[in-house]
Structure formats: C-alpha cells, structure tokens
Design a protein around this ligand. Structure first.
Ligand code: BGP
Length: 472
C-alpha cells in the first residue's frame, strides 16, 4: 500500500530569471553572459533570445494570481545576479532588489512558498570579462558577496534556497560542449571552473548558516541515472563509470565535501585534476546542504566505449525526433538507445521508474532529504479555440508524481515536487516551441505578440492533485 504524501508537501512549479523575466535592460539591470551569448549568430534555436521572454517582469502579478487560483504551494524562481550587481561587485542596484521584494511579497500574500535559486546560469558579463568568471578563484568571494546580499534582504521571508542550479549542466555545456557561454571546449579548464563553483557553492551555504537565518538551502542537481544496456559486465562497468563521472563527481562533493576517489584518480591520470588548496576542502566540509535539490527529466542508457570510440555527441535541439547523435567518453562509456522506453520529440527517455531509482540512490548514498526542483515534459503544444489539451503532459507528470509517492513509501524523505515549468518559457537552446508550462503563453520565436496566458488541461489536473495532496 502506498504511503500518503506528507502534510505540508510542497506541490510547486519552477522557472528561471532569464527564461521568463524579459526586461533584459530595464531598471538598471546589467548584461549577463546569456544576454551576450544569444546575440552570437547560430548559438540558439533560430537565434531566439530572452530579451522579452514571457515578460514575467511586468506580469508577475497576473502569473501569481494564476498560481493562487490553482492552489500552488511553492514557486521556485531565480534571482538575476545582474539585476542586483549590474556593473561591479561594489554597487547594489536597489531597483533590482525591489523587483524580487514585490514578487516574494505577492507570493506570500497568496500563501505560496517562495523557493529562491541564487544562480540559474546568468553570471554578470563583467565578471566574465574581468577574470573569466567561474575559472577564477575570485568568483568564490564574489558569489558569496552576492549571496549574502540577497540572504540579508529576503532571509526574513524566504525559507527555501537553492544555491547553484545544475552545476553539472552549466559547467559541461559551458566548457566542454561549448553550447552554453563561455562556449569553451577544454576539459582541463572545465574541471578547474567546476572546482571553484564547488567551493563557491559551499561558501555561500556556510555564509547562510553564519547569518543564523531560519531556512534551508541546497543545490539543484540534474540527475539522469545511468542504466547498462545489458548484463555484460563491461556494460555494467560503463554504467558505473557514467554515474561516477556524471553524478557522484558532483553530489559527493556537495554532500560529503570530497571528490569520489575513483574520479579523482581518473582526473589525475588524465592530467585533468584541478588545482586545489587545503582551505578549499575546509569550506567544502563546512558548507554541506540541508537537502539535495534534484532536477529529473530522464535516464541515460550506456555501454562500454573503446579507447578509439565515440566522443562528444550532438543533442537534438530541433525537436526532430531521432536526430540525436549519442556521444560518450572513449574508454569510459557511451550513450546508447534504450529500446524499452518512449521518447519525447527531443529524444529524452520518458522513465518514471528512473525517478524512483534516482530518489532512492540519493537517499541511500547521502541520507539527505530531497526537494524535487524540476520535473516535466517539453513538447509542442497546440492552442485550439483558446484551449490546450496536453494529455501527454498530464500522463508524464502523473506517472512521475506516482513514482515520488512510491519512493516516499520506500522510505525516502521528499520535501516537495516542483514541476518544470509554471508558464511556458524560453528553453535555452530550443527556443519557445519546446513548451513545459501549465500556462500557455502565446508567442513565437521571433515575435512576442501579446503574450496572452491560457490555462492548459494540465493546469486543472495539477489543481486537483494539490487539493487532494496527491491522492488519486
Ligand atoms: C534544466 C534547466 C532548466 C530548463 C530545463 C529544460 O536543465 O535547469 O532551466 O531549461 O532543464 O531543459 P530544456 O529547456 O533544454 O528542454
């Protein structure tokens, strides 16, 4: 028999500043690396950008009213660092702070818990220009200064904080695949930037604790558990390699304050080990999270990859089913097609069982409570006579929520479930056609139109789930 979802379970939904706000240069906002990156031809789907996005900056009251009507318990959003420190790390922009005051107060007035992400990929451009951003040790101090500023400002009202969003994604896309800013392809630089990001993450958490605020903080990690394609021992080993390199390399550092030894050795053998200082590890140990935030969309299936095997692949950013070119790391693993699960149009494996596996693995490896900070289905939605029948999204979310309930029944502590996303929004590399929201926003790639909001079928479905605290 399934256990009930706990009282006070956070039925939420999520977004990120660059993907929804728009108002990219208003009220004193500075330029972020994404504002710059989207202007380089060919970097995003049809050159789409977030200049206007879905104009949440001006329409947040309308969006919060929709949340309130739905009964949403939690809304996860991120603060744009470049609104708070637009030009340097000395001068704070009061207008930027006021925008988030307004949003937080509006949420609280409607009994919606704000879950605030400090960093969802939009580092100020001047930090990139001055010292290469995450590649410099200076980022540790500057990120902590930014974090402290927002902790002090909102800490009386915000109880849930997310430190870094998907460090594994912004680091690997930014420094290995070159699909996110700063679009570098250099594994050595990647592991160095990653180390500073680790220490910055822990330093911010340590700062949070030192302020004695009432609340909880943790990172959001993008976890796609690895499955072996079959029971051949070399493929099982490849799946182990995959999880060590794509998951434990990050989550162990967050939860234990140390790098997993297998990977640490592998980095050394391959001359990829970052430069570290003894005090870094003191900070890592002192800045452990209260919970593990998990962004779950899919699993990955892998097989052994010979030393002369495939390298970096090409993901499907077009929405043309079957166009993914799967890659890997020679001698370590390669991704392969899982014939047993359905795929989205962007070739992501639809696998609710994988969510239960992910939650159980994190629980037994780290013993931390888990906040699901993202889960959702990106699809083409059709607006027909003012309605959107997204039954495929309802099925996806329903199956995943059930997997959460099964994990809770297995004994995992789950604080909440935030779907991705609340309104439709900009998908970083896939434009506006890849939609995730409960609320449809009428806009095309190149034209924001009137940005009218429409409730999808999934909006009403989630309303009922929340009302019944997940009971079917
Ligand atoms: C996560 C990000 C989100 C969001 C989501 C969907 O990696 O944290 O910001 O974009 O994935 O991904 P995509 O937009 O690529 O479909």
């Amino acid at each position: 028999k399934l256990k009930d979802f706990p009282e006070g379970f956070l039925w939420g939904s999520a977004s990120a500043a660059y993907q929804v706000e728009g108002a990219w240069d208003e009220d004193g906002k500075g330029v972020s690396v994404w504002d710059t990156f989207v202007r380089i031809p060919g970097k995003t789907f049809k050159g789409t950008n977030g200049d206007v996005a879905v104009d949440h900056y001006h329409r947040f009251k309308e969006d919060v009213a929709l949340m309130a009507e739905q009964g949403l318990k939690a809304y996860r959003f991120s603060i744009a660092w470049s609104r708070i420190f637009p030009y340097n790390m000395q001068e704070v922009n009061e207008k930027g702070l006021q925008f988030y005051d307004g949003l937080i107060d509006e949420l609280l007035a409607n009994h919606i818990e704000p879950v605030v992400t400090l960093y969802h990929w939009d580092i100020p451009q001047y930090l990139q220009d001055d010292y290469l951003g995450w590649e410099s040790r200076q980022i540790i101090e500057d990120f902590t200064t930014y974090a402290e500023t927002v902790f002090r400002r909102y800490g009386d009202r915000v109880k849930y904080w997310v430190s870094l969003n998907e460090q594994n994604v912004f680091i690997s896309h930014g420094y290995l695949m070159a699909t996110h800013p700063p679009a570098v392809k250099d594994p050595k630089r990647m592991y160095q930037a990653n180390h500073y990001a680790n220490v910055a993450n822990a330093a911010a958490i340590k700062k949070f604790r030192s302020l004695g605020l009432d609340g909880q903080i943790g990172p959001s990690f993008a976890y796609s558990p690895g499955y072996p394609i079959d029971a051949r021992p070399e493929n099982i080993l490849a799946a182990e390699n995959f999880d060590e390199l794509n998951a434990y390399l990050w989550m162990d550092v967050y939860a234990k304050g140390e790098y997993p030894s297998v990977i640490w050795n592998w980095l050394e053998e391959n001359d990829l080990q970052p430069e570290t200082r003894p005090e870094d590890f003191k900070i890592l140990k002192a800045g452990k999270p209260d919970f593990m935030g998990v962004n779950y969309y899919k699993t990955s299936t892998v097989a052994a990859n010979p030393l002369d095997g495939v390298g970096i692949g090409t993901p499907n950013y077009s929405g043309e089913k079957g166009s993914t070119e799967r890659g890997g790391i020679p001698g370590v693993f390669k991704e392969v097609l899982n014939p047993f699960v359905e795929k989205t149009n962007w070739d992501w494996d639809i696998d609710p069982v994988g969510l239960r596996i992910a939650l159980r693995r994190i629980n037994s490896r780290y013993g931390l409570p888990i906040l699901i900070t993202e889960n959702g289905l990106g699809e083409y939605d059709k607006l027909k006579e003012g309605q959107i029948h997204d039954q495929y999204r309802i099925d996806y979310l329903n199956d995943h929520a059930k997997a959460v309930q099964e994990a809770i029944t297995d004994g995992v502590t789950v604080l909440g479930y935030c779907t991705w996303s609340y309104t439709d929004l900009l998908s970083w590399l896939n434009g506006y056609q890849k939609r995730y929201g409960f609320v449809y926003v009428d806009r095309d790639e190149d034209s924001p139109k009137e940005l009218k909001r429409y409730k999808k079928a999934s909006y009403y479905w989630y309303k009922e789930v929340i009302e019944q605290n997940g009971k079917n």
